[in-house]
Write a protein that binds this ligand. Structure first.
Ligand code: GLY
Length: 345
């Protein structure tokens, strides 16, 4: 096991890489703990969870809504959870959001930790403190920034992760490479999803590098005044199309990154050959690079964009690439953006 500490303004998060699930009981007592997970993980790992109190919710982004939080809170009341209760979110990005948000509001906040079980949660959702819910079509409209006590990485959970979830997770890994790490981009070009799936060392190393990238960006700018915005690369359009087209998060972000590359070419002299490298890499990891349906729903996409949290006045702060591994935030006027969207979607 490899223990690291990640320092944020309000908390130091302990991170246990290459750990085993059974180590959890050394970190938190079973008496105080309540596991929040989803029905799939609860049934696959029922044996591992013996002796722990478990609240299982329905899986899927469509359940990342306030009504699910209300349901979890009712369950917590039923089991008489109090201020000493320690919530452990075990699952992918929906679970880290629901568990972290519920823990932050239940009794005005109880302690929580995560055992991320998907690639996306391991490299992204579990780190950074932002946890919340969608409101109808609007992604992550309601939430908090509050860090977990610790993160426990047991890579054996990845053995049961479906292929489409591996693919989704790689969208965030490619995003990290595009905005911060050209060497990582090259490493991804020189490997494949299969290489990483088949090699425990390679995937462990890749996950750790991505946690470091995310941690460094978040710790430099916890409350998203500047650098943290870069993590939204591909997410402005990605979030807008995710719920409208009912796409998995990574698929939506992949299409959003392609659009952001094209807008970077138009507005930021990002070389076309580099756009092509990004598109080729996304394809190599089986991610979509165009909307999968003929029908265009630009009107609905536009409505969602207007509610985007990155909007300020009549411009949206868009993340553009200067070159691979180097990104900037540029305000794009709504007028310009409408034209660009008509070209790229
Ligand atoms: N929970 C993901 C983040 O804070 O960015």
């Amino acid at each position: 096991m490899d223990k690291q500490h990640y320092k944020f303004s309000t908390k130091t998060v302990d991170c246990y890489f290459d750990a085993v699930f059974s180590f959890l009981e050394k970190l938190v007592s079973k008496e105080k703990a309540v596991i929040i997970t989803d029905d799939n993980i609860a049934s696959i790992y029922a044996e591992k969870f013996t002796g722990w109190k478990v609240i299982a919710i329905k899986p899927g982004e469509k359940n990342k809504q306030q009504s699910t939080v209300d349901h979890v809170i009712n369950q917590l009341i039923k089991i008489q959870a109090d201020r000493e209760t320690f919530i452990i979110g075990i699952g992918g990005g929906v679970i880290t959001d629901i568990a972290g948000y519920t823990a932050s509001v239940y009794m005005r906040g109880v302690k929580f930790a995560f055992v991320p079980t998907s690639i996306l949660a391991m490299v992204d959702a579990a780190i950074g403190g932002k946890n919340g819910v969608d409101v109808g079509m609007y992604k992550n409209l309601v939430g908090v920034i509050r860090h977990s006590e610790f993160l426990l990485y047991d890579y054996s959970f990845l053995k049961t992760l479906p292929q489409e979830e591996w693919i989704n997770g790689f969208a965030e890994i490619i995003k990290h490479a595009c905005i911060k790490d050209e060497k990582l981009f090259e490493r991804l070009e020189n490997n494949s999803l299969e290489n990483f799936r088949e090699s425990p060392e390679k995937i462990a190393d890749l996950i750790k590098r991505n946690v470091e990238i995310k941690y460094k960006v978040v710790s430099n700018d916890e409350f998203e005044a500047g650098e943290r915005k870069l993590l939204n690369f591909g997410h402005t359009l990605g979030h807008a199309i995710e719920n409208i087209y009912q796409l998995p998060h990574g698929n939506a972000v992949s299409i959003g990154m392609v659009a952001a590359c094209k807008i970077s070419e138009e507005m930021n002299d990002f070389p076309t050959v580099d756009s092509e490298r990004v598109i080729d890499l996304l394809k190599k990891y089986n991610l979509p690079v165009t909307l999968p349906f003929g029908e265009s729903r630009r009107g609905a996409v536009w409505e969602v964009l207007l509610m985007d949290k990155k909007k300020s006045g009549d411009a949206i702060n868009f993340i553009l690439l200067n070159k691979i591994g180097d990104a900037i935030v540029k305000p794009v006027s709504l007028h310009q953006l409408k034209d660009l969207i008509n070209q790229v979607l």
